[in-house]
Ligand binder design. Structure first.
Ligand SMILES: Nc1ncnc2c1ncn2[C@@H]1O[C@H](COP(=O)(O)OP(=O)(O)OP(=O)(O)O)[C@@H](O)[C@H]1O
Ligand SMILES: [Mg+2]
Length: 322
């Protein structure tokens, strides 16, 4: 039996605006991550992926608040932890490669020093020398020669910078790493290399991964399960191959058509018309109904339950009966 590392149950995270309105960025999502396995969290821009990740890390901006739900990490609810307790969990047990972080490396500080600083910040009592040594080991782990610790970020290619921020996330040997759009700014060849690296690290370190992306095809390199998010909710969830082969939600089907193959051409073959909705006043009923060609009256009125259609394949759509 696989060991369950993370269980997220009915998680809701809202942003409270000065106007008094709230953005329902994450509105009742549930998923599991097993030890050593990968989950892809996939959806268009603005559907709440980063908010979900920052909720797991308990690193939300001040306007953001977890309003409901559980984040069980090895059975322990992170929602109930104090900031002090979270400081002992963050980076050591759960870490994150932040969206765009490869471009946030300090240009004036050597790569090795930046990794060492991150280690010193979280591992009290470690000497600078030990931390630098560990930084060199971490660079090697992600496929960069140790001697490059003395380089500045401008001497690194985009792929090497991305490897560096992955190394930083691994610095304290976490069990779960959340990677938020880790390949977005990279060309197709470098993207494939980074995905290969993530797959190798996952195997070698028995890591659990949550990989966030808008591109359904790239998660197949690294993940066994997928959760498709639309407007703050999960519309389809299950084994990645099964969902890819047999997408039941019209939104997932559109994503599959938009990003058809992991190894084939990466032309966008199809583009779903319209935009994701405003999450201050999301549409009634199924949030996807304004863009769905199959929508009927019930879709406009009732929020569909997420149901198991068999074999752990879940879908929230009125057109699909269990
Ligand atoms: N600090 C904030 N204050 C108010 N609203 C926010 C804040 N951060 C995010 N949001 C809103 O929450 C919703 C979800 O945003 P989030 O960044 O989680 O989406 P995402 O799926 O990660 O998108 P992307 O693919 O563009 O990174 C959006 O409507 C966004 O405008
Ligand atoms: Mg994001």
């Amino acid at each position: 039996m696989p060991e369950r590392l993370l269980e997220v149950r009915n998680l809701k995270t809202y942003f409270y605006l000065e106007s008094g309105e709230s953005v329902k960025a994450v509105d009742g999502i549930s998923f599991d991550v097993e030890k050593g396995e990968g989950l892809g969290l996939v959806g268009e821009s603005g559907c709440g992926k980063t908010t979900a990740a920052l909720s797991l890390m308990r690193l939300l901006p001040s306007a953001g608040k977890i309003v409901e739900g559980k984040i069980l990490f090895k059975g322990d609810d992170l929602v109930k932890k104090s900031e002090d307790e979270m400081r002992r969990i963050r980076w050591k047990h759960i870490s994150m490669v932040f969206q765009g972080s490869m471009n946030a490396l300090n240009p004036l500080i050597k790569v090795g020093d930046q990794i060492a600083e991150a280690i010193i910040l979280h591992e009290h009592g470690i000497s600078k020398k030990e931390a630098l040594n560990r930084a060199a080991e971490l660079l090697e782990l992600v496929g960069i020669e140790r001697r490059r610790v003395n380089n500045y970020p401008f001497e690194f290619s985009g792929g090497m910078k991305q490897r560096t921020v992955i190394a930083m996330a691994l610095a304290l040997n976490p069990e779960l790493v959340i990677a938020d759009e880790p390949t977005t700014a990279l060309d197709v060849i470098v993207e494939a290399q980074i995905l290969g690296l993530m797959r190798d690290l996952k195997e070698k370190l028995n890591l659990s991964l949550i990989m966030i992306t808008h591109d359904l095809s790239i998660v197949s390199e690294v993940c066994n399960d997928v959760a498709v998010m639309y407007a703050g909710m999960i519309c389809e969830y299950g084994d990645l191959r099964e969902v890819y082969k047999n997408p039941l939600h019209p939104y997932t089907a559109a994503l599959v058509r938009a990003y058809p193959s992991a190894r084939g051409t990466r032309r966008r073959l199809y583009s779903l018309p319209g935009f994701p909705p405003d999450l201050i006043n999301p549409p009634s009923g199924c949030r996807f109904h304004p863009r769905c060609t199959y929508a009927t009256d019930v879709c406009r009125k009732e929020v569909p339950d997420i149901i198991d259609v068999g074999g752990g394949h879940y879908v929230a759509c009125h057109l699909v009966r269990g």
